[in-house]
Design a protein around this ligand. Structure first.
Ligand code: NDP
Length: 262
């Protein structure tokens, strides 16, 4: 059991990548807290993970872009897990992706991406880090994107927010490198989740290009000509969260079949 006696909080744990991470961590013995805005989804994941793995699970509703909401969740989780410790592993996975040309990017779309993808990650890191440093052990894993390393048309707000996540990751990793805490980012290519399905539907609605065609096109963006599965992302998160991963710090690791080589 690679994560025995560890407690992990996973934002955006109601579906997609966050859900897969919750299962992967719980199977390795972690207690798991999933947080997102939709109560029904996080409650279901907490229930399913518990039923399948026997792990201790909790869920919390939270909007990561709202500082008070984040602080409330952290306080609530601390109180409820008090008997078993603090948050050892934080996975900042909650995120949104909407597309628009730069000129059609409204203030709201721009602010929404920064607030959820970047500031939400900052709020959770700032809130969870002190207890990790105090205990001399911690793992922070930020789910960024290959869009955090490179650009693509129509995703300037998304890409800017994910570039920000990498800067945040690298800087904090160096701040806490000597404290037993590692901070890393995972940069997936297109993953088989609702987010990708919505992007394909959006392309069809905006351009008339059938979603099935657009799917083939995004598969071809990877030299492996396929999408990544949520479980592949979760496997890397597990390595980063485990004791074996302790030497990996400040990295931004791609899981994209080789489409971005840096
Ligand atoms: P999904 O849309 O399937 O899931 C996103 C999760 O984030 C949901 O649980 C959602 O719940 C939660 N979330 C969104 N906004 C907020 C918010 N303001 N506060 C709290 N929770 C929120 O996406 P994926 O699983 O595909 O994506 C997860 C992460 O991976 C994202 O950061 C994304 O950018 C990144 N990623 C995804 C890729 C892909 O191809 N799918 C590729 C590269 C990176 P709710 O709406 O209920 O709050």
């Amino acid at each position: 059991m690679k994560l025995a006696n560890r407690t992990a909080l996973i934002t955006g744990g109601g579906r997609g990548i966050g859900r897969a991470v919750a299962f992967a961590f719980a199977r390795e013995g972690a207690s798991v807290v999933v947080a997102a805005r939709t109560e029904q989804e996080v409650a279901r994941v907490a229930e399913e993970v518990k039923a399948e793995t026997g792990a201790r699970t909790m869920y919390a509703t939270c909007d990561v872009s709202d500082r008070e909401s984040v602080e409330l969740v952290l306080a609530d989780v601390r109180e409820r897990i008090g008997a078993i410790g603090a948050i050892d592993i934080l996975v900042n996975n909650a995120g949104i992706a909407e597309s628009a040309t730069l000129v059609k990017t409204s203030d709201e779309l721009w602010q929404r991406h920064l607030a959820i993808n970047l500031t939400g990650t900052f709020y959770f890191m700032r809130g969870a880090l002190p207890a990790m440093v105090e205990r001399g052990w911690g793992r922070i894993i930020n789910i960024a994107s290959i869009a955090g390393k490179t650009g693509a048309p129509y995703i300037s707000a998304y890409s800017a927010s994910k570039h920000g996540v990498l800067g945040l990751t690298r800087s904090v990793a160096l701040e806490v490198a000597s404290k037993g805490v590692t901070v890393n980012a995972i940069c997936p290519g297109y993953v088989e989740t609702d987010m990708t399905t919505r992007a394909l539907e959006n392309i069809e609605a905006k351009t008339g290009r059938p979603a099935a065609d657009a799917l083939e096109a995004i598969k071809r963006m990877s030299p492996q000509n396929r999408l990544i599965t949520p479980e592949e992302v979760a496997s890397l998160a597990l390595l980063l969260a485990s004791e074996e991963g302790r030497g990996i710090n400040g990295q931004a690791i791609n899981v994209d079949g080789g489409s971005v080589l840096y």
